[in-house]
Design a protein around this ligand. Structure first.
Ligand SMILES: [Fe+2]
Length: 196
């Protein structure tokens, strides 16, 4: 299945704590793995849990300056407890942007070759691929409305002229370990998914 995103019927219009606490440490780039209470207000956490979705303890926030693009796509890797085992991948997130409505998320086929794990500034492990070696399969211009996004195949962000803040709500492990098809089915069964 090549569809790597779906718009969701989830209200995120008053999800975030106010005032917004994050400031990038370096120009044009920031990535945070933050406790959910320091991104989302309590009312929204309760609202999401009432939809039957259990947020994990922490969620992600990304910042990119205008046109701050790289040549790489990546996979989202889960915390690695035993490096000798297979690399655990995070299957999905629920993403929306605060600014950067002219940027796009792009997905690619998973290459066959073996890959190496590296670590971000937020100490989250990830795997990189050069975009020029990949085959694009899907693309989404993510806006203020939340989108279910697949993150266990290579994906990248193409940032436009506006700086981009992106929230990526993350969910508990038993949900993270599901296949993409079963995640889509879960959101569909709760009537939260907009078909495309
Ligand atoms: Fe990612």
């Amino acid at each position: 299945m090549n569809k790597s995103w779906y718009k969701l019927k989830i209200d995120t219009s008053s999800a975030l704590i106010d005032p917004w606490p994050l400031i990038p440490k370096v120009p044009n780039f920031g990535i945070w793995l933050q406790p959910k209470e320091s991104i989302f207000n309590k009312e929204w956490i309760d609202y999401v849990e009432n939809l039957g979705l259990a947020l994990s303890g922490s969620s992600m926030v990304f910042y990119r300056g205008p046109n701050w693009n790289t040549q790489y796509a990546h996979l989202d890797v889960d915390i690695i407890k035993d490096p000798s085992n297979e690399i655990p991948l995070v299957c999905y997130g629920v993403n929306w942007v605060l600014k950067g409505k002219d940027s796009s998320m792009v997905w690619y086929d998973m290459p066959d070759k073996k890959y190496e794990v590296r670590y971000t500034e937020a100490r989250t492990p990830y795997v990189n691929f050069k975009i020029e070696t990949l085959n694009e399969i899907d693309r989404c211009n993510i806006q203020l409305e939340p989108v279910l996004v697949r993150v266990n195949i290579p994906h990248s962000i193409s940032v436009g002229n506006e700086e981009r803040w992106c929230i990526s709500a993350r969910f508990k492990k038993h949900i993270r370990n599901m296949s993409w098809d079963s995640v889509v089915e879960l959101f569909r069964s709760k009537d939260l998914l907009i078909e495309r």
